[in-house]
Write a new protein. Structure first.
Length: 186
């Protein structure tokens, strides 16, 4: 049996005071649909989640509202799907990569759709600090991106390291668009 599944969601949307996490349930359809139901559907992560996390997952990113972030577990790691605001996109695009310790254009951190266009609203990352592996907190830090409280690393709205001990930008997982709004991670 294939490990490929769609998320019957799960979720956790970053929201101040309603800290993080996660989600998952196995099953069909409704990829990321629970996001639209609001906070919080928190399922238990047991064997099903472990199994799910081992394979590929599909997420309908259109269900993630502007300014929200979906978090999920994939292959044992948290993955963030952030629907960035226009202001966040502008800041990310306008940043000089010479100001980035790990220089990378915002556009290089996005994957094109099947028609070749890129939707800068959706940023998909491995949500792990590149210092010692803590999980950064969204909409935080000096660059209004993510902040890792473990040792004080600040990431911008593209997930690039800007300040602190982390050496690298947060990683982009293996993923692709399988339709205009659905991505497949893994
Ligand atoms: S693990 Fe994030 S700053 Fe050290």
């Amino acid at each position: 049996m294939s490990d490929d599944r769609k998320l019957d969601v799960a979720t956790a949307v970053d929201d101040e005071g309603k800290r993080d996490f996660i989600f998952i349930a196995t099953g069909a359809a409704a990829a990321a649909g629970a996001v639209s139901l609001g906070w919080p559907l928190v399922a238990q992560m047991g064997k099903a989640a472990d199994t799910l996390a081992a394979g590929s997952i599909e997420i309908d990113v259109s269900k993630v509202a502007e300014g929200q972030q979906l978090k999920m577990l994939w292959r044992g790691k948290p993955v963030f799907v952030r629907h960035r605001t226009p202001a966040e996109i502008k800041i990310a695009e306008d940043t000089l990569i010479s100001d980035c310790p790990d220089p990378e254009e915002d556009s290089a951190r996005l994957i094109a759709k099947p028609d070749g266009t890129v939707d800068p609203r959706y940023l998909v990352m491995i949500g792990v600090c590149t210092h010692f592996g803590c999980i950064p907190v969204g909409e935080s830090g000096d660059f209004n991106g993510w902040y890792c409280p473990c040792h004080g690393s600040h990431y911008d709205t593209s997930g690039r390291i800007r300040k602190g001990p982390a050496p690298k930008n947060m990683a982009i997982p293996e993923y692709k668009y399988v339709s205009d709004t659905v991505i497949k991670v893994g």
